[in-house]
Design a protein around this ligand. Sequence first.
Ligand code: IMP
Length: 209
Amino acid sequence: MRSATILIATANQGKLGEVMAILAGLPVHLTTLEDYPDLPVPVEDAETFEGNAKRKALHYAALTGCWTLADDSGLEVDALGGEPGVHSARYAGPGCDAAANNAKLIRELSDISPGQRMARFRCVIALAGPEEVLATASGALHGVIVDQARGTGGFGYDPHFLVPEYGMTTAEMLPEQKNRISHRGRALQAVRPAIERLLAGSSVAGLND
Ligand code: IMP
């Protein structure tokens, strides 16, 4: 098996920890955007998570020459036609925070009954070399949106995202528990075999849930 450097296209320490745990044992050297502080950021205006993840991975791979792993994620709510989707980070407007996004989400769902609040967190991960996307993988975590915020962990929409099998919102879970079942954890688990195949020198296909 060859060894390689993989750039993890994030400055978020939490995400980095998850990636390192899931790629542990592979003969890879991981670098992060903190090692490349002067790189321009990509424009993330694709209409799909996959489009944004591929764009981000190709952008950094072309600039650094390294294989690059990038993700895009967000919340899809059935009763809102899949919104906020790729607009999750800025649902309530440019520069808004998680509290404003959550307030808008609950407002938009005010006429929707508890039985019709199905939602999912979705994550797509892309691995690219400088000239092409080498693999993609996706993961989802299904839940329902609750009006009352619960829990202090996590970030973003977690306090309003209840996972019925666990009877907890993702903000009430311990980080290890959330990581084990999360959309990002699942997408990372799904992309690991593609990285193993690449290191072994064979070709790679897209992997989706
Ligand atoms: P990004 O892919 O990290 O840029 O995430 C986009 C947005 O989706 C975040 O700003 C959050 O609003 C939302 N999001 C993604 N993953 C999660 C999660 O695990 N919990 C809560 N919100 C999330």
